[in-house]
Design a protein. Sequence first.
Length: 201
Amino acid sequence: MINVTRSRCVCIRYNDSTCKRCIEICPEKVITISANGIRIDENKCTYCMLCVSVCPTGALEEKNFNLAASVSRLADTPLPILGCRRRIGIKAHSKTPCFGLFSADFLVLLYFSHQKTIQFNMTECGKCRNKHIIPIFLERIQFLTSRINEITLLPVLNESDLQFEEKAYNRRKFFNEFKNIVARNIDELSFERTNAAPKSY
């Protein structure tokens, strides 16, 4: 779900603002901005999260994603993998909303919070209705890696290129992770149910 905070939108707060980044990047053209606020037609929105990634003030936010929690799930994994939560069975150590969410700034924060190579499991992205995010996401990765040498972010499009290893746990970590897995699966099922019949607001 996308959370809208009207008071943060520069286009609404300042009459002379020409900011229309969210409107311009939206492939489905479901966003409108007026004096009454920001409106997203949830009947047509595919939740690719590109609008969230380009908003300069955080007026649009992904309601159910916690970066710190996502990063913590990658700890103790030599070559961690992020996957999309739309695909319940996909190989990943942590799941996130659509990768369209990840702006260049967000990717930098993600990497330096973890400081090791991170794989993005994009093997199912080509089959998704949000496949339009693929070239945008790859361009963001290329932009960062060409300017910051130490950043190693690996988008993986082919299953054969994915380097996946199950995490090893001691007894305490096993039960903690089991609890986290149950909680994540509940979140994912809740996400699917919430978005099954979206409504306009």
